[in-house]
Design a protein around this ligand. Structure first.
Ligand SMILES: [Zn+2]
Length: 324
């Protein structure tokens, strides 16, 4: 005979799944699975819970009862949705960072490793998810503000349809190039991968990694970007130390060097940005500490040092250098 406490069956109701972790904090209503004593492993159909809540924390049914009046319940619905969307957005951002770091690791191990292109596609999908979440958050925020101002929202379902769904459709219809070629995060993603094996060349325009779709002939002309990522301060010509970036022209400098430049001018004349071709002036109030650049400068230095050590250890590399 089995001991009595084992007869309750396999203890599955606390099976920890990723879903449970990620949705841990929304406490106001009972979560699915929480009060179930069933042990057959099948998710209980819990009639009282909002049935088809999506992973975005949102469902069209949420807005079905028309019109929305300005009540505590309604504004807490908005707040709850907004919180959940923002929480999801945070997780998407984590995913973007991990995907980028993984792609860099593959590229570092082997130039043009096919995994990099797979991770690139994953990175773009995440950026799409993020954009669609942002559209929803924007529309919800607008609707909540209108509700506050006007006291009620007539036909909120229709308002949502018109705004969020239309904006999402428009976004989905854009080509990969239209979505990404001027998106700073994507440019930065490609630049960070590129510089690993091409430390001395500027990263090409990112359109080369984006599929060309019909009617997209020569839009390279309008593409901005193609930045040379250097890790040298344009003033000292040495590697950045505590880099700061100007809000005006997005150029970066070592902090002490640029502050020295500003101090020398003593406020009597404008300090011109020392980057060739840049017409911006620099003022102290425009400078902000750039931790991302500091981190990448350190990574770059580490990489250079490791490569140098590898070359010193491996006599074959000396031969390679004489070829070409
Ligand atoms: Zn500049």
């Amino acid at each position: 005979m089995a001991p009595a406490n084992a007869r309750a069956g396999p203890s599955r109701q606390r099976a920890s799944s990723p879903v449970e972790d990620s949705e841990a904090e929304t406490s106001r209503r009972p979560r699915r699975g929480e009060q179930t004593g069933h042990t057959n492993g099948v998710a209980p159909s819990n009639g009282s819970a909002p049935a088809n809540l999506t992973s975005d924390g949102w469902t069209i049914d949420t807005f079905k009862s028309l019109p929305l009046a300005k009540t505590g319940v309604v504004s807490s619905v908005f707040r709850n949705l907004d919180d959940r969307l923002k929480d999801t957005l945070g997780r998407v951002d984590d995913g973007l960072e991990k995907t980028r770091e993984a792609a860099k690791a593959f590229e570092d191990a082997q130039e043009d490793d096919p995994a990099v292109e797979e991770l690139d596609a994953a990175f773009r999908r995440l950026l799409e998810v993020r954009e669609e979440l942002r559209i929803k958050i924007r529309v919800l925020t607008e609707m909540a503000a209108e509700l506050r101002q006007e006291g009620e929202l007539v036909d909120p379902d229709k308002i949502y349809q018109e705004r969020a769904i239309r904006a999402t459709k428009e976004y989905r219809n854009k080509s990969q190039r239209a979505k990404f070629q001027n998106l700073p995060e994507y440019q930065d993603f490609r630049a960070q991968i590129w510089e690993i094996n091409h430390p001395d060349d500027a990263c090409p325009p990112v359109s080369r990694w984006l599929p060309k779709e019909r009617d997209e002939e020569s839009d390279e002309d309008i593409e901005i970007g193609a930045t040379t990522q250097t890790y040298r301060c344009p003033i000292t010509l040495l590697q950045f130390v505590e880099p700061v970036t100007s809000n005006k022209c997005r150029h970066s400098y070592s902090r002490a060097a640029v502050e020295g430049l500003i101090a020398t001018a003593q406020g009597k004349r404008a300090v011109k940005c020392p980057v060739a071709g840049c017409m911006a002036t620099i003022e102290k109030k425009d400078l902000e500490i750039n931790r991302n650049l500091a981190k990448r400068t350190a990574e770059h230095a580490k990489r250079l040092q490791r490569r140098q050590e590898e070359e010193e250890e491996d006599p074959e590399n000396l031969l390679d250098l004489t070829q070409e």
